[in-house]
Design a protein around this ligand. Structure first.
Ligand SMILES: Cc1cc2nc3c(=O)[nH]c(=O)nc-3n(C[C@H](O)[C@H](O)[C@H](O)COP(=O)(O)OP(=O)(O)OC[C@H]3O[C@@H](n4cnc5c(N)ncnc54)[C@H](O)[C@@H]3O)c2cc1C
Length: 383
């Protein structure tokens, strides 16, 4: 194996929205900064129609973050589907509509997540950020002022020296965990989801139109949204133990549960499924510390929110600017930026926690359900 050596000002681990947005924010502030993004997966192709990624509703206020990052015009050129609001059967069997038209920021978007994530990578590359795909960090050591990172790439090993490291590895928080920061989980939520082709369905009998819909049941809640290319995603959010008990990885069990819904099933009842049920982690989590000695965590690595909030991408975009300021302060030898950043992450998390509790409290029909009991304010998950 060949071994190359690279030196950077900042290394970011993870090429998701948080990693790319932070790289863009840093480059906007200091264009000559040498930045690399290390990503363990291969670069995805937007041409591959068999690839799907979940997590796609972008709220209207994200427009401000996209403008601040200087990527607003190219975002609009992606032509994502406009989202006018969300429909919900939550706390009642009747469907009500939350229209974005009451938002001062206008409408939101249904993203094709693969196209969006590739768009973010391209914007970082335009600003001369280096990318190392199919590469993982295998060891890290801080000596004096520098991080020494050993990586395992597909074809060769790379040794990297960097002044600052940013953990943008999503819920894994891989680098922060190596720095002895603990991941604190608030629940064990998972999402089980499938994609459907609705091309030949002409009559919308649901009243949901192109929008996002959430609908509760005894063991959790359903989520559905329209995606580009006449595709609909259906997801069921519940706790991992309940999903196992109900065997929801099996399509028969998934379909039986879906069949009993009042609204969600109608969106896909005559549609062709494009994928088998897949499970993703969807738990709420935060780090005991999102900063340390010349490192910080951003995006889901720092804190990840319940999908009901539809705030994950927005938060990653918004926090990227604060992460960039804290990084630049640290590079100048001023650690107070990291302290401020930690406070901002913690404050945002507390605000989210309060809203989440209020939202779940609105559903009081399933008093005997473990899933809903676990989301009451006085429930201790680990009892
Ligand atoms: C079921 C579900 C539905 C959701 N719905 C929405 C929604 O509608 N709207 C919304 O805004 N948000 C939603 N979210 C949340 C949103 O998807 C996340 O908040 C967002 O993707 C976080 O971005 P990130 O860049 O922090 O992490 P990620 O997108 O997870 O990116 C992390 C990157 O790091 C890479 N990586 C991981 N480990 C390593 C390693 N060791 N070395 C190198 N690379 C590594 C990964 O391959 C990945 O590319 C949803 C989440 C779930 C689970």
């Amino acid at each position: 194996m060949n071994q190359n050596h690279h030196t950077y000002d900042v290394v970011i681990i993870g090429a998701g929205v948080a990693g790319c947005a932070t790289a863009i924010a840093l480059k906007n502030e200091v264009p000559h900064l040498k930045i690399a993004i290390i990503e363990r997966t291969p670069r995805m192709s937007t041409e591959d129609s068999t690839l799907y990624r979940i997590g796609e509703t972008l709220p209207p206020q994200a427009s401000q973050q996209l403008q601040r990052l200087g990527i607003w015009k190219s975002f609009l050129n992606c032509n994502f589907i406009t989202a006018y609001g969300t429909s919900a059967a939550w706390g009642s069997s009747e469907l009500y509509h939350n229209e974005y038209m009451y938002s001062p920021y206008g409408y939101g978007w249904h993203l094709d997540r693969i196209v969006f994530d590739q768009f973010m990578i391209k914007e970082a590359q335009i600003r001369e950020v280096d990318f190392h795909f199919e590469t993982s960090i295998i060891s890290s050591e801080k000596k004096s002022k520098h991080w020494f990172l050993q990586t395992n790439a597909k074809k060769h090993q790379i040794a990297i020296t960097s002044n600052f490291v940013i953990d943008a590895t999503g819920k894994k928080a891989a680098f922060s965990s190596l720095q002895n920061s603990n991941k604190i989980r608030e629940d064990q939520m998972v999402g089980i989801y499938r994609f459907y082709n609705t091309k030949d369905l002409h009559n919308d009998t649901t009243g949901i139109g192109n929008g996002t819909c959430v609908e509760t049941d005894h063991n959790g809640w359903w989520y559905s949204a329209t995606l580009p290319n006449e595709t609909v995603v259906i997801g069921y959010m519940t706790d991992a133990d309940i999903a196992n008990q109900l065997q929801l990885r099996q399509k028969k069990a998934f379909n039986n549960l879906l069949y009993n819904t009042k609204y969600t099933n109608n969106r896909v009842k005559d549609a062709i499924y494009l994928s088998q049920p897949k499970v993703v982690a969807a738990h709420t989590q935060y780090l005991s510390s999102a900063t340390g000695n010349s490192w910080l965590a951003v995006g889901d690595a720092a804190s990840s929110y319940d999908p009901i909030s539809s705030l994950g991408i927005f938060k990653s975009l918004a926090m990227s600017q604060f992460a960039a300021y804290a990084t630049l302060d640290d590079l100048k030898g001023d650690q107070s930026g990291l302290q401020k950043y930690q406070q901002i992450v913690a404050r945002d998390y507390l605000g989210y926690q309060k809203k989440r509790q209020e939202y779940y409290a609105q559903e009081d029909r399933y008093t005997s359900s473990l899933f809903w009991k676990r989301r009451q304010s006085n429930y201790n998950y680990y009892n």
